[in-house]
Ligand binder design. Structure first.
Ligand code: MG
Length: 380
């Protein structure tokens, strides 16, 4: 029986995680749940999974929830609550699917409490990858990728020697604007960007997929997860999202991981690693998915991908600054306050202004984020 805490339990990945737990009651038990503000769905989850502890980021909502449920479940709030759930004694593994760099501190807390991490919160590694990986090695915990591309690479690399790897190839669907002309993308509203062709995802990641920043963040995530140089990470557009990613070895042999686009596959693998159990994911029928195509990403229409590569080349605190700027700008775009190409435009301006440095503490990263927020608010 594996005991799990789920951070972001009412989001898309969180709900799919609980679906897996529901289907395997003999294999998994829920210890803690954490949400931002959705207490109605959390209440249903508490009644079903009977966690020991839950936390709601917004204090007022936590207080309302505490009055509604039985006292068998402890209710917390704020960053302290998130950290307490992440480091709860009874959990073996923490699935972190919160959105944004708010996931960094609870990830670090879970690592220090010797929990394995099933990581869906890529912003954690983008903002503080070097730091997080160092700590995970020191505390001897596994960081198990939930991001479908990284899960694929992780699976492909099993049994292979790192010294025999040429490169990894991250696949990208290309998002909802893959076939759109520049001028049409320029005028696209967030409601257009939210219509992802293959994956059912939350709002922030859907916009990131439309700008290809999602793939840029994934390049940075892959660098830290697999300890690679940036020239060992290639991105290719593969609109069908059947190949979840690939590796190329020294003899030019390619190994790929395939499956229908369903997040339950990588979530379940992270929870059961190194074993596999029966899944509820549809089988891949090659008579249906009979055409797999590939093309180069277009950095003119999707400049965010190039900016992410540039950020990791500069290194230090630059990826943290870019990630923070992107989070803020995506939020503005979702509220239709800025246009689509204002996202890369202001990320680039942030990069010009930010003097990247080598960080040693998580506080330095949080200060960079604060500076980015203030700078953008003053300059948009
Ligand atoms: Mg992904």
């Amino acid at each position: 029986m594996k005991k799990i805490s789920v951070l972001g339990s009412t989001g898309s990945v969180g709900q799919q995680t609980l679906e897996i737990v529901r289907n395997h009651p003999d294999k998994f038990k829920i210890i803690g749940l954490a949400v931002m503000s959705n207490i109605d769905d959390l209440e249903l989850q508490i009644n079903e999974f009977k966690p020991k502890v839950v936390t709601v980021f917004q204090k007022e909502k936590a207080e309302i929830l505490a009055k509604r449920i039985s006292s068998n479940t402890k209710v917390l709030w704020g960053m302290e609550g998130l950290i307490e759930v992440a480091s709860h004694n009874d959990a073996d593994i923490v699935l972190n699917s919160v959105v944004g760099s708010i996931g960094l501190l609870p990830t670090l807390a879970a690592i220090e409490s010797k929990k394995d991490i099933a990581l869906a919160n890529k912003e954690t590694l983008v903002a503080g990858g070097e730091f997080v990986m160092e700590k995970s090695i020191k505390n001897n915990v596994n960081i198990l990728p939930v991001d479908s591309e990284h899960s694929a690479i992780f699976q492909c690399l099993r049994g292979e020697k790192k010294t025999e790897l040429n490169k990894i190839i991250l696949t990208a669907s290309g998002g909802p604007f893959r076939t759109w002309e520049y001028d049409d993308i320029k005028n696209a509203k967030s409601k257009d960007a939210l219509k992802h062709p293959n994956w059912d995802m939350g709002k922030k990641i859907s916009i990131d997929s439309a700008t290809l920043m999602n793939k840029g963040l994934e390049v940075i995530e892959a660098k830290w997860l697999f300890d690679l140089n940036i020239d060992e990470i290639e991105v290719i557009i593969h609109p069908q999202s059947i190949i979840h990613s690939m590796i190329e070895l020294k003899d030019n042999s390619i190994i790929a991981q395939l499956g229908v686009p369903d997040m339950k596959l990588p979530i379940q693998y992270a929870l059961t690693y190194p074993d596999r159990i029966e899944g509820n994911v549809e089988k891949l029928d090659f008579s249906v998915f009979n055409t797999l195509t590939f093309s180069e990403p277009d950095l003119k229409r999707f400049p965010c991908l190039g900016l992410a590569y540039k950020a990791i080349e500069i290194g230090g605190t630059m990826p943290c600054a870019v990630n923070a700027a992107n989070e803020i700008l995506v939020d503005y775009y979702l509220k239709d306050k800025i246009g689509f190409y204002d996202i890369p435009k202001y990320i680039e301006k942030t990069m010009d202004k930010h003097k990247a440095f080598k960080y040693n503490t998580v506080e330095e990263l949080l200060d960079v984020e604060k500076w980015v927020r203030i700078w953008l608010e003053d300059n948009i």
